[in-house]
Design a protein around this ligand. Structure first.
Ligand SMILES: NC(=O)c1ccc[n+]([C@@H]2O[C@H](COP(=O)([O-])OP(=O)(O)OC[C@H]3O[C@@H](n4cnc5c(N)ncnc54)[C@H](OP(=O)(O)O)[C@@H]3O)[C@@H](O)[C@H]2O)c1
Length: 312
């Protein structure tokens, strides 16, 4: 099968031919039609989550068609259109085929979504969904999202807005309208020389109920933490919350680390049936662009979602 893979430890990934994986007894084999790109792809391929064993195929998110079943599989049948976290570390979705356990975070694709759209959802959508669940906010609470224009932020902005929250989003000027269209009520510019706390106060916002950090600037968190109301929630997806920081004395502050569930993916899939949530698809590229986007995923400056399409 055609795949993007690291073939020798320490070398760059390349487009190559590898044996098509065989499903185990409780696994399905999916013909991948689109692979979603996440920063975790680049981090994992750099060894951040454990040793890189070659051949290493990156990619966690995917959407495609079930085309082979292990003998014990009961939840899926051949021809099902599925999406989810189809890839595992090193046995990823940047490939024509991937095998995954039927009990993994995989579900039937929402009707009405194309493969590329569905592949863009799992990691970012489930993270946004999980964060909002953990924050437990009620309308009309105010939430600040730092990094709102990336994958997680683009979903979180929509979910928060749909829940009736007042969403303050960071965005560079050229993305202001985009993030407003997703539901941001106030937009502050992280590239402006005026510090964000000042911009937020100038927008008439005295206090935040929640602050979600998708970026990891600890000095910025310290400054923004002063705007959090007592008992407010501060959560970081990049491990930037410091329990010794002043904000932690009064706010609930934690680093997000929850593993998503199949049930959450099914709930998320149902949201797309309603048309209320849009998939923030920014770029659909050919699989051959995999090595390049893997590098890009590490920059921290992706906007919306990038997907690799695999033509058959
Ligand atoms: N813990 C978990 O379970 C979990 C789950 C999912 C993701 N994550 C992590 O969460 C992070 C975000 O994920 P993602 O998929 O949303 O990443 P992404 O798609 O790369 O988006 C990052 C966004 O942050 C913005 N940004 C960068 N620097 C900024 C700054 N100083 N101030 C404000 N915005 C800034 C970028 O916009 P500009 O280019 O305009 O700056 C970009 O839109 C990644 O590090 C990812 O690995 C963790």
């Amino acid at each position: 099968m055609r795949a993007v893979a690291i073939l020798k430890e320490g070398t760059s990934p390349e487009v190559t031919d590898l044996p098509t994986p065989e499903p185990g007894p409780d696994e399905i084999r999916v013909q991948v039609r689109a692979a979603g790109v996440n920063p975790a792809d680049g981090k994992a391929a750099s060894g951040a989550f454990g040793p890189v064993v070659v051949p290493y195929i990156p990619g966690f998110d995917g959407a495609g068609i079930v085309e082979k079943l292990g003998e014990a599989v009961t939840a899926f049948k051949i021809g099902d259109r599925v999406f989810g976290r189809l890839g595992r570390i090193g046995r990823g979705t940047y490939a024509e085929y991937v095998t995954t356990k039927e009990t993994a975070v995989v579900a039937e694709m929402p009707a009405g979504l194309e493969f590329a759209q569905a592949a863009a959802v799992p990691v970012a959508g489930l993270t946004a969904y999980g964060i909002l669940e953990e924050l437990g906010l009620r309308a009309p609470a105010t939430i600040l999202i730092v990094g709102a224009t990336g994958g997680v932020g683009s979903f979180l902005t929509q979910f928060a807005s749909r829940a009736g929250l007042l969403v303050v989003a960071t965005a560079r000027p050229q993305l202001r309208e985009k993030v407003q269209a997703l539901g941001a009520t106030h937009v502050v510019d992280h590239t402006d020389s005026t510090p964000l706390p000042q911009q937020i106060s100038a927008a008439g916002i005295a206090e935040l109920d929640a602050l979600v950090d998708l970026v990891g600037d600890q000095d910025l968190l310290l400054a923004l933490g002063r705007l959090l109301r007592a008992e407010g929630g501060l959560v970081s997806t990049v491990g930037a919350v410091d329990q010794a920081a002043p904000y932690a004395a009064s706010a609930r502050a934690w680093n997000y680390s929850k593993q998503p569930t199949k049930h959450q993916l099914e709930e998320l899939a149902a949201l797309f049936q309603t048309d209320e949530i849009v998939v923030p698809l920014e770029r659909v590229l050919d699989l051959a662009e995999g090595p390049r986007v893997l590098e890009e995923s590490l920059t921290g400056h992706l906007h919306g979602k990038t997907v690799l399409e695999i033509t058959v």
